[in-house]
Design a protein around this ligand. Sequence first.
Ligand SMILES: [Zn+2]
Length: 266
Amino acid sequence: MEYRAKQEKVGALRRMRRFVNGLGRARQCCVCGHSFFRFSRFRGGWKSFSPYLHNVKWTGSDFDNFWCPFCRSHDRERHLMLYFDQLGIWGKLAGASILHLAPEKHLAARIETCQPERYVKGDLVPSREGVERIDVTQIPHADASFDWVICNHVLEHVPDDARALNEIWRVLRPGGSAILQTPFASGLETSLEDPEIATDAKRIEFYGQEDHVRLYGCDLFDRIRAPGFQLTLVKHAECLPAIDARRYGVNPDEPLFLCVKVVPDV
Ligand SMILES: [Zn+2]
């Protein structure tokens, strides 16, 4: 009973804080449309991350503008949606066959409205109904069976990422596209993957999160190209010049990793 009373008090406090936050106009969520004073930070925000990650110019989520206080969308989900708006990708998803790995809730709901011909959602550890168990290094689907693969912030969790990239290449149809967002350090030439970085504390310090298995450097781009992908890094400043990144809670340094399976004519 005492526990329940405490929970109710916490809930009421949260609702009050959200109500006050909702009086602001400085920030806006492109998913739910609410405006407010501030997005929620991830783990204390960027300043709480290690000096190492600051030094190597870690580029990934916007830790200072992470969760929407109303719909709980997160920054990288919002950023993809803004890129998709601008590049007309939603229209291309209509009637398409799509594989969405580690599917984000809001992005998935929006994809459903595009009426794809086939929409497979997969996760290594599915936590929601309608999501298949899929290991990205062993995708249980036929060769050339998807037009799109969306894999947003997954590769940094996968020990054998080369195998994952080969699998994504395999299941895509010729001319199909993959969206392969992942954090990387623009100040690091070669990816950092050291067996001595083996504790949660060390992984947080050097990789940014306890369940990341490496910190990608600029060799990431060649790793993605290795199976044959034609990689285009679509920059926020060029693609979304009218989108104030701070207002919409996205990282302006995070490009869209647009990868096309180009198969030469034989
Ligand atoms: Zn929202």
